[in-house]
Design a protein around this ligand. Structure first.
Ligand SMILES: O=C1O[C@H](COP(=O)(O)O)[C@@H](O)[C@H](O)[C@H]1O
Length: 232
């Protein structure tokens, strides 16, 4: 599919612009269908965006927020993406949103993935908004190079689901929405910041090998156009 690069002077300007277009997309979804859904990423990049989005005047009671991916850790773990979202997004006006976690205290990560798949099936499809991040190794969501379920996760014929992923660069076992769940979002954003990530993006755009850089699946095969948001 196509991608479009949106470049900003700094992270604050990017956060404000991204919060504004995401708010517009969520409000349009509520107006059209009575509810809206957004899947967001974890990591260090989205904090300012989350803070800005939390203040947007949206009918948040009608919005479900979930995660693109999560570590198989409880929400009080400092590495939990749920904790990040609870701290930076589910506050101010956005405190009224519903949150759908991927982690649950199941016997195994596989069981937690099954539970999250069932819970997510109640959401309207596709997602109204998906905001992806990217690691310096070319991973996005928890599609890691060398991931034990990478080929399955990137297979577009896989029914929408949450699945587990283990990889050397991932730390904890991960829970991640499949590519099939994310790639057709009504608004599909790849949010990256810094010169190093820009260089990783350029490398990803220049090649095709998805096992080496799984973010290429998004850049090359997503059904929706990819809005790339970048600031130095
Ligand atoms: O592991 C993860 O990392 C990526 C990128 O994180 P960042 O710290 O470099 O911004 C993130 O998109 C993903 O959701 C997260 O689980």
């Amino acid at each position: 599919m196509t991608s479009k690069e949106n470049t900003f002077e700094n992270g604050a300007a990017l956060a404000a612009a991204l919060a504004s277009i995401v708010a517009t997309a969520l409000s349009a979804a509520v107006a059209a269908r009575g509810k809206a859904s957004i899947a967001v990423s974890g990591g260090s990049t989205p904090k300012a965006f989350f803070d800005a989005l939390s203040r947007e005047a949206i009918d948040w009671e009608k919005v479900t927020v979930t995660l693109v991916d999560e570590r198989f850790v409880p929400a009080d773990n400092p590495r939990s993406n749920h904790l990040l979202v609870a701290t930076h997004l589910l506050k101010n006006a956005a405190a009224r949103a519903r949150f759908l976690p991927l982690f649950s205290a199941a016997a195994s990560a596989e069981d937690a993935a099954e539970r999250a798949t069932e819970a997510a099936a109640a959401l309207a499809q596709p997602f109204d908004v998906v905001v992806l991040g990217m690691g310096n190794d070319g991973h996005t969501a928890s599609f890691f190079p060398g991931g034990n379920h990478l080929a399955e996760a990137l297979d577009l014929s896989l029914p929408r689901r949450v699945m587990t992923m283990e990889a050397q660069g991932a730390g904890e076992t991960r829970l991640t929405f499949s590519f099939s769940s994310l790639q057709d979002a009504r608004l599909l954003v790849l949010h990256i910041e810094g010169a190093e990530k820009k260089a990783v993006l350029e490398k990803a755009l220049a090649g095709k090998d998805e096992a080496d850089m799984p973010v290429r699946a998004v850049l090359n095969r997503a059904a929706s156009p990819v809005e790339i948001y970048w600031a130095p």
